[in-house]
Design a protein around this ligand. Structure first.
Ligand code: B12
Length: 225
């Protein structure tokens, strides 16, 4: 099977399973790390598949100054669907003769550093889905930052998409103005994840949401088209 044919089959399945966004990047030489695994993992499984689902505006736009129970449920469902999608696409890759490593949508491995096995946003940008916005999130032309992501690493040869090269945030500073604790700065590299996390802890206690969620910066970053 050609790389193009393999790409098309996986993309079609992902869309059938609920993906709104799908892209592939070649990770060789990109020095991306996967916690708990040897350093050469991205050379052994060099194709990174990034998939995203868009969140419903009806849920996001009702968030005012704290996460709602509607958002909590939506967030959980989105993670569940993304994990199912990654699981099932990975099985399909293995039936097609490749090896696949699905990476959880939302699983923190190192709580002190607030790190997961793998950073979905960096792969999504390399796979052409969008750019790293001022808000430190993956921002897409069609849905803004209102997307959740999941990744698969594989050795199945696939056609690759280039990194995102379109327009970016420009002068927009809605997220800076919206963040209740000033965690968002001009440059995403200065994002204050400690402040953000402290606020999420407060929300978790106060609103009984049981998860570290907020939603305010996502609401501020809607569709760009
Ligand atoms: C831990 C975590 C957090 C921590 C913060 C971690 C952090 N350092 O920022 C806390 C709990 C505070 C948090 C908060 C939120 N999170 Co969170 N979080 C994660 C999680 C589980 C792991 C992230 C991780 O490991 N980061 C590693 C560190 C090193 O990454 P980093 O800080 O971004 O640093 C790198 C970048 O700066 C990068 N970089 C910077 N610029 C550029 C440019 C280029 C070109 C490249 C290549 C790289 C690059 O280089 C650094 C080193 O690798 C991911 C899921 C995942 N597996 O990716 C979700 C995830 C990032 N979170 C998400 C969301 C939505 C949120 C919240 C809105 C909460 C909510 N759901 O309501 C807030 C938003 C905070 C914000 N504005 O960034 C989504 C983001 C979706 C999107 N559109 O981007 C993710 C991807 C979950 C998902 N499955 O969709 N989160």
């Amino acid at each position: 099977m050609s790389r193009e044919e393999a790409y098309r089959r996986l993309e079609a399945k992902a869309r059938e399973l609920g993906a709104d966004l799908f892209g592939v990047a070649d990770l060789r030489g990109k020095s991306l790390k996967v916690l708990e695994l040897p350093e050469d993992i991205c050379n052994r499984l060099p194709y990174g598949i990034s998939m995203g689902i868009a969140l419903c505006s009806g849920v996001i736009e009702e968030i005012v100054d704290h996460p709602t129970l509607f958002y909590l449920h939506h967030y959980r469902q989105a993670n569940y669907i993304l994990d199912q999608m990654a699981f099932r696409i990975s099985k399909m890759i293995e039936e097609m003769g490749g090896k696949a490593l699905p990476i959880a949508a939302s699983q923190i491995v190192d709580w002190e550093r607030q790190q997961a096995h793998f950073d979905h946003k960096t792969l999504a940008e390399l796979a052409g889905l969008g750019w790293r916005g001022r808000n430190n999130l993956l921002v897409t032309p069609k849905y803004g930052a209102r997307v959740r992501l999941v990744s698969i690493l594989t050795d199945l040869p696939l056609r690759v998409d280039g990194p995102y090269r379109g327009p970016r945030c420009g002068d927009c500073t809605s997220c800076i103005e919206a963040c209740p604790v000033g965690a968002i700065k001009e440059d995403p590299k200065d994002f204050d994840h400690i402040r953000c996390f402290e606020k999420l802890k407060e929300f978790r206690r106060k609103y009984n949401v049981g998860q570290y969620i907020c939603g305010i910066c996502i609401k501020a970053c809607g569709p760009k088209l």
